[in-house]
Design a protein around this ligand. Structure first.
Ligand SMILES: *Cc1c(COP(=O)(O)O)cnc(C)c1O
Length: 219
């Protein structure tokens, strides 16, 4: 199937919302894709796109026509300057060093940067993100820091065939999201779900999924 057929298909799939009937945002994960491929997806109805690497974010920035620009990859502090004022949402606020530096640079530029707190929900050594037990405190710290506005949480579930395990982890993320949302109207995104696990994530309360392979084919 073509990119535009895939986009139509997946937009239709999420039309009914998540398990709570909340609207679901589909973010196209665009790493390694050309600007032409991304523009085809946007023409087909994609409203939000997410890059993993600062270099790709910059190279394609002016070639892409529209779309809310998310950053979803690991962000080195020395590259923050290239993103300031250009992102719709940085989904990967994964450590205190980044929190401090992103806030300081945002203030200096006179902007407020919208972010998600990334949680390493599977406690995996290979993944970034705050441990679950530190995530709420990180959210509060970021929300009380000038230059940042937290809009929710992001997580990547581990690779596993154990749906009960994955469902349990997704539920923990939803509980974290609910806890913050109960006291803070800025909180509105729970970004969880990729090509292999988006259905499970929507069944456990995610309201933002990030699809790469499903939309563009294998990398
Ligand atoms: C690549 C990537 C995705 C999409 O992965 P697919 O399995 O290709 O759908 C989602 N989120 C992040 C952070 C990614 O790096």
């Amino acid at each position: 199937m073509s990119i535009s057929e895939n986009v139509t298909h997946y937009l239709k799939q999420i039309e009914g919302g998540n398990c709570f009937g909340e609207k679901v945002t589909l973010v196209a994960a665009t790493k390694t894709r050309t600007a032409e491929e991304i523009n085809e997806a946007i023409r087909a109805g994609i409203t939000d796109i997410g890059e993993n690497k600062v270099q790709e974010f910059r190279d394609k920035f002016d070639l892409i026509t529209g779309g809310n620009r998310h950053f979803i990859g690991h962000l080195q502090t020395n590259k923050i300057k290239y993103l300031i004022g250009k992102t719709y949402l940085i989904q990967s606020l994964d450590r205190d060093e980044l929190l401090t530096e992103l806030a300081a640079r945002s203030v200096r530029a006179g902007v407020t940067t919208d972010v998600l707190i990334e949680v390493n929900i599977g406690s995996e050594l290979s993944k970034s993100g705050y441990p679950l037990r530190e995530a709420f405190a990180a959210y509060e710290r970021a929300q009380n820091t000038a230059g940042l506005r937290v809009r929710g949480f992001m997580a990547m579930l581990p690779l596993s065939g154990d749906e009960q395990l994955l469902g349990g982890l997704a539920d923990e993320m939803r509980a974290l999201y609910e806890r913050a949302k109960a006291q803070d109207e800025n909180i509105r995104h729970l970004s969880m779900g990729m090509s292999g696990d988006w259905q499970l994530c929507l069944a456990h309360g995610s309201n933002m999924i990030r699809l790469g392979t499903a939309l563009f084919g294998a990398r």
